[in-house]
Design a protein around this ligand. Structure first.
Ligand SMILES: CC(C)(COP(=O)(O)OP(=O)(O)OC[C@H]1O[C@@H](n2cnc3c(N)ncnc32)[C@H](O)[C@@H]1OP(=O)(O)O)[C@@H](O)C(=O)NCCC(=O)NCCS
Length: 127
């Protein structure tokens, strides 16, 4: 049927160092959202990289992807510990689903420059 959201599951390839499972929402043969999880050591699972196309946001796409992944985890990974790093838009759903909030993490950045050089040297112009 046209314009109906459908979810496809993509299993790990087995060819990478990490073990990643993916769920993709597609409509009219185009991907409009995806979420992932990686199975780590010590019976731990990381939820990561949720994304929904801007034209399809706030329509429950993330929620239905999330529920599909959670159903899978409950079926296949009972007893594992699940964690995620959340942004403000993804945090509310995880809290609603019973996840406990940890410390807040702040993104920082810095350009790499040659040793001893000031990144943007001041140039005094005298006329
Ligand atoms: C975050 C994102 C995946 C949400 O997708 P979405 O399909 O619009 O989300 P849904 O409509 O399924 O919303 C599910 C719940 O998520 C929360 N939510 C979604 N968007 C939100 C926003 N902008 N601000 C706050 N909460 C939000 C709400 O709790 C919502 O439940 P409600 O509709 O009952 O209020 C989407 O906005 C996105 O791709 N953002 C850019 C990438 C990103 O930040 N990803 C998170 C990586 S950690």
């Amino acid at each position: 049927m046209i314009n109906e959201y459908k979810i496809m599951y993509i299993p790990p390839s087995g060819t990478t160092a990490y073990c990643q499972h993916t769920w993709v929402t597609h409509v009219d043969d185009t991907c409009v959202g995806h979420i992932h999880m990686q199975v780590e050591a010590n019976e731990t699972i990381k939820f990561l990289d949720a994304w929904v196309h801007e034209d399809h946001r706030r329509k429950g796409v993330f929620r239905s992807l999330w529920d599909s992944r959670w159903n899978y985890v409950q079926r296949e990974y009972l007893g594992y510990n699940v964690y995620a790093w959340c942004k403000p838009a993804s945090l509310p759903l995880l809290l609603e689903k019973g996840f406990e909030g940890g410390d807040t993490c702040t993104y920082v950045q810095k350009r790499v420059t040659a040793k001893g050089k000031i990144p943007f040297e001041q140039c005094f112009v005298s006329c």
